[in-house]
Design a protein around this ligand. Sequence first.
Ligand code: P53
Length: 488
Amino acid sequence: MKFPKDFFWGGATAANQVEGAWNIEGKGMIETDISASGGVNKHRVLTYQLPTGEIVEVPMFGRVPEGANPYVDPTRYYPNHEAIDFYHHYKEDIALFAEMGFKMYRMSISWSRIFPKGIENEPNQAGLEFYRNVFLELKKYKIEPLVTLWHFDTPLYLETETGGWMNRSTIDHFVRYAEIVMTEYKDLVNYWITFNEINNRLFFLEMLPESQRQQAAQISIQELHHQFLASAKVVKLARQINPQNKIACMINGVTPYPLTSRPSDVLMAQEALKQGIYYCGDIQVRGKYPSFAKRLWEKYGVELEMEADDAAVLLEGKVDIFSFSYYMSMCLTTDEEAQTGQGNFSFGALNPYLDYSDWGWGIDPTGLRYILNELYGRYEIPMMVVENGLGQDDTLEADGSVHDPYRIDYLKRHVEAMSEAIADGVDLIAYTSWGCIDLISAGTGQMSKRYGFIYVDLDDEGNGTRQRYRKDSFYWYQRLIATNAEEM
Ligand code: P53
C-alpha cells in the first residue's frame, strides 16, 4: 500500500449533525431545527404552522404551504437540537481524534451561528468565538482543519422570507458571511469547501414523479446557478484574504453504472454521470458551463436567468481541489421491468454483484477507484475523498467496547481502492471518512445509522448519556494512520 507521506488521514462531520446547541448564544434557525425525527428509513418531515394555527408536516424538499411559519412542535423529537452536543464536548472529541492520529478534520461552520438570519449587519461574536476555540484546539494537536462553509444549512429566515437561493441577494449574504469567517480565521484555516454536495438535487431529480420534475428542475438549476456564482466569488476572495488558501468544490460522487451492455443502458449511465457529477464539476473546476448544459436545460424545459457578467465571475472562481463524497455506486437501465426500485434511494436497479448495507446502499470499493480515475482524468487537479463510510447500528457491550468488524472491512476495502487509484496516477491528497464520531443522519435523522470510530451513547428517541466510547475501528484506524496504511 503506498500513500504519499504527507497524506491527510482524518474524519469528517457537519455542524448541524453534531453540534446541538441549536438555539443558544445567538444561533438562528435552519431547516433541521424544524425537522422532526422520521423513524427507520423514512424521510424526515419539516413542521410548519399555518396562519389558521394548524400544524402541518412537509416532507424534506417538499413545498411549504403559502403563509406557513416554521414551527417547533413541543410534542415531537428533533434530533438535531441537541445532537451529540459537540458544542460542549469539542475538547474531548478533538482529543479522541488526536489519539487516532488525525492529520485533518473536516467540519463545517454553521452560517446561522454567525449570521442568525443571514441578513444582519454585524456577525454574532459568540459564534465566531466558538469556532475560534475549536480551531485553536485542533492547532494544539497539529490537526489541519478543512472547513465547509455550507452544509445544507441556509438560515431559515432566508429560506422562508426572501426566497432563499432563488433570490440573487442570497449570493451577497453568503459571500459576506464567507468573507467574515475567512478573515477571522485566516491564520488558523487554509483549506475550505464552499458548498457540500452541491449536485444533490440535480442528481436526484430523476427520483421525483415525472409530473414534478420540470418545476423542480427549473428551481434547482436556477438556485444552482446562484450557488455557483457564490462559490466562485468566495474562491476569488479566499485568495485575496490569504494566498495560502486552498478551496475545494464538493460533489456527491454516487457512481452510475449501466445494468447491462445494452447500448441504451450505457448511454443512460453516461447521461447520469454528466447530469449528476460533471455538470457541477465542470462549472466549478473549469469555470464555465459544459457543452452539454444547453441540452440538459432543454430536457427539463428550464429557462435559466443569467446576467451579463456571470460568465466572467464563474471563470475567475475556479477551485484548487476537487473533493467528493463516496458511499456507493448505482445501476441504471432503460428496461422498465428491471427497474426494481430496489437500488439505492429506491430508484434504478439492484446490482447483482454487490452487497447492500442495512440502509440499502450498495457497497462498492471498486467504484471508488473507477470514479477517482474518471474525475482525475477529466480535471487533473488534486483530489480529496472527504466522505466515505458505512452507516450501521452497533452494539455497546457491558464493558464499554464496540465490536464493528463490518465497518473495518468496509473502510479497509475503500482504502485499498484509493491506494490502487494512486498507483493509477491519481493525485489524491486526503481521506476524511464520514461521521468519525457517531452523529445524526442527514437523510433519516437517526442516531442508529452510525458511521463513527467513536460510539456516542444516544438513541433515536434522544435517550442516552452522550458518553463517548472507542470502537474496535478506532484502534484499527489509529494503526492505519500510524503506519500510513502499510499495516491495517
Ligand atoms: P446519511 C444522500 C446520498 C449520499 C450522501 O448520509 C448524502 C445524501 C444525503 O442524505 O449525504 C452526505 O446521513 C452528506 C452528509 C450525510 C452523509 O452523506 O443520510 O454530506 O451530511 O450525513 C451520509 O446516512
